[in-house]
Design a protein around this ligand. Structure first.
Ligand code: CNA
Length: 254
């Protein structure tokens, strides 16, 4: 169907209302309205950090964690841990659409835990979560975010003294196979795939979209992405506003 002459929010609302296995695939742009900067926008972390001469790809790498843990944790805590952040309209809309039976899963590159905080149940965190932490010693003790003291900067396990690291996928580390497999399964069975708030620059995560076999691929992002030409619907508006409107309209139409 040609979508050119229709209001894109109406099209997306119709698709969502008809859907029983929609999947949302998102990134950092989903949480900017919660006050968490993304990576690649002009106001994002990369522009700010590059000014200091230390590439964020290094500061968020496995090598940095092992070789310069002070640097790693200083950057991680300042820029990636946001305990004050609250879910915004995007997170809330997705949780509503799941509980009303339209949305099957959220696949996220985010590590902020805000989808779960909004009430989403099926969330595949491709890059892990700052909410979970574990000690790098043999016992692999687990710690929630609020169990990690502010000092010292490099947190250490009270039992074995090993560094307590966040359960996030750093540059130079692989994705969790079970999470990837579950994400592919959800995408393959989706009757609607919405991609939002991601530059689609980070692989292998962005490559998962190739598993979608359908004809309802909607892309919601402020800036253009490499997938725009392959999408069936492209909306260059805030993802929180669009998903909020779609969820409101689907609820009213019920
Ligand atoms: P990115 O490369 O920074 O891209 C974000 C995209 O979102 C950009 O193209 C923006 O134009 C767009 N955008 C920003 N705000 C909005 C908005 N309100 N509505 C629509 N679009 C918007 O981030 P990606 O997620 O693509 O890259 C993946 C990285 C970012 C993952 O490894 C994450 O762990 C990492 N990250 C996560 C968080 C978080 O957990 N909240 C924050 C910053 C970075």
């Amino acid at each position: 169907m040609s979508t050119r002459n229709y209001d894109p929010i109406s099209i997306l609302t119709d698709w969502m209302a008809e859907s029983s296995s929609a999947v949302f695939f998102g990134g950092a742009g989903v949480s900017t309205a919660s006050g968490i900067p993304d990576f690649r926008s002009a106001a994002g972390l990369y522009a700010a950090q590059q000014a200091t001469g230390r590439p964020p790809e290094y500061l968020l790498s496995h090598d940095c964690l092992m070789d310069e843990p002070d640097e790693f944790f200083a950057f991680h805590r300042t820029n990636l841990v946001h305990p004050e952040a609250k879910p915004n309209r995007a997170h809330i809309a997705l949780a509503e659409l799941e509980s009303s039976g339209h949305l099957a899963a959220v696949i996220t590159q985010n590590i902020d835990g805000l989808h779960q905080a909004a009430g989403s149940k099926t969330v595949f965190e491709l890059h892990g979560s700052v909410e979970r932490n574990f000690c790098m010693g043999r016992a692999h003790h687990e710690f929630s975010l609020n169990e990690i003291p502010d000092e010292p900067v490099v947190p250490r396990c009270p039992d074995c003294g090993a560094i307590i690291r966040p359960d996030v996928v750093l540059y130079g580390e692989g994705l969790d196979t079970a999470t990837v497999d579950a994400s592919i399964e959800a995408i393959q069975h989706a009757d609607l795939l919405i991609v939002g708030g991601t530059s689609l620059n980070v692989y292998p995560a962005a490559g998962l979209l190739q598993y979608y076999p359908g004809r309802r691929l909607a892309l919601i992002n402020l800036s253009a992405t490499p997938m725009d030409s392959r999408a069936d619907l492209v909306i260059h508006e805030p993802v929180d506003e669009i998903l909020g409107s779609v969820s409101d309209r689907v609820r009213i139409a019920r």
